[in-house]
Design a protein around this ligand. Structure first.
Ligand code: BGC
Length: 377
């Protein structure tokens, strides 16, 4: 089944509930301190949250929202940010385990680097929820909560397809594609979703990639990945492409950016190369609805962002934690897509959506995700 069909099928599928089998075998140390009243399999609500970095708005919101919900429910919470450094994140998780955490919520930096520390967590009977990004290569990942990452890419690719009317046009357009950090499992899903829409047009010649940085297949996505999702690296890469491949008045018509932090760097590069909003500014995609990018959308310097309402992700993970704490079944809606190399991790996928200039108010402001004053409205 193609990714696309599989995801359609998933969307149609009703929510499944999985029994948290491991709970029934939880060690005595892992059972609730409210001895006598707690059902078998219940655990203390002692939660360690680790987020990758404070440098991106979304992770600050994600961490703080979840922490305050959990504290409101009487849980013990430790929230840490790792400055995008893998070793720092590993020692934060180690400290949380040593501090008695019974549930670990981890938005990993390198999804392959946490195996040993998660083994220690499992020995202590702690449950692990991979948050937004899958943790690979470990059997000790109990659940995964995220947005439908492939769909994020589909929305970006389809936006470009529709804006340029690629299916009907006889014109050709220049495209520069970018991909996310090679160590982030999400990045390959974002790229595949977009590339499954765009690659046929590259093959046909409707889209031309002057830099030659056009992966021949989804599997080659990491060749154009930007390490650490860094804005300055995206800017340097775009500077290179523009100066080397767009001489003599050639213009780039569209840039596929997987997220807003890359889009920030790409915007800076376009500006310094003399592109002007409303005249020759290319179509430019993004993801996250960060404030700076929403301002750019309003100013005509970014065409769209894929909005993932991180409050919903927080709610979902909060619900999972409550179910684990009570020893109940944990609700998931996908038991097929996210194989971490050792097992398919039961997942809950949320729906991302497109925001453009005309829908900033209705989607982002009216819902309370951003304040009007955050984006100069
Ligand atoms: C997240 C994106 C984010 C990116 C960079 C990804 O794993 O899903 O929302 O833009 O990391 O932090």
């Amino acid at each position: 089944m193609s990714h696309r069909n599989r995801f359609t099928a998933l969307a149609a599928a009703s929510a499944l509930a999985l029994t948290l089998g491991a709970c029934s075998s939880a060690s005595p140390a892992a059972t609730s301190s409210a001895a006598g009243s707690a059902p078998a399999g219940a655990v203390d609500c002692n939660v360690g949250i680790t987020m990758p970095t404070r440098s991106l708005e979304r992770w600050i919101n994600d961490g703080e929202q979840l922490q305050s919900k959990l504290k409101g429910a009487g849980c013990t919470v430790d929230l840490q940010y790792a400055d995008n450094k893998v070793d720092q994140q590993i020692s934060q998780v180690q400290n949380q385990i040593a501090g008695g955490a019974k549930i670990l919520v981890i938005a990993s930096i390198d999804g392959t680097a946490l195996g040993p520390v998660l083994e220690t967590a499992a020995k202590q009977g702690a449950k692990v929820i991979a948050y937004d990004r899958l943790i690979n290569g470990s059997p000790n990942v109990d659940f995964y909560a995220t947005f439908d990452n492939y769909k994020v890419g589909t929305l970006q690719g389809t936006f470009i397809e529709e804006q340029l009317k690629l299916a009907d046009t006889t014109k050709t357009f220049t495209l520069e594609p970018f991909a996310g950090s090679p160590d982030d499992n999400n990045a390959k899903f974002f790229f595949s979703g977009a590339w499954d829409v765009l690659l046929p047009y590259v093959t046909k010649g409707t889209l031309k990639v002057p830099s030659g940085k056009a992966p021949k297949s989804d599997a080659e996505w990491a060749s154009i990945g930007i390490q650490g999702w860094a804005s300055d690296k995206a800017q340097a890469e775009m500077d290179n492409r523009l100066s080397s491949f767009y001489s003599g008045g050639d213009k780039v018509d569209v840039v596929l950016s997987p997220n807003d932090s890359l889009a920030v760097g790409i915007q800076a590069s376009l500006k310094s190369a003399g592109y002007k909003a409303g005249t020759d500014w290319p179509l430019l995609t993004g993801q996250d609805a960060d404030k700076a990018n929403v301002k750019a959308i309003l100013a005509g310097e970014q065409s769209m962002t894929v909005w993932k309402d991180t409050r919903k992700l927080g709610d979902q993970v909060f619900a999972m934690i409550q179910q684990i704490v009570k020893g109940e079944t944990v609700t998931v809606n996908d038991t097929e897509t996210y194989n971490n190399g050792v097992k398919v991790v039961p997942s809950y996928l949320l729906e991302p959506e497109v925001v453009i200039k005309d829908t900033v108010q209705t989607k982002l402001i009216d819902s309370g995700f951003l304040k009007a004053s955050d984006v100069g409205l």
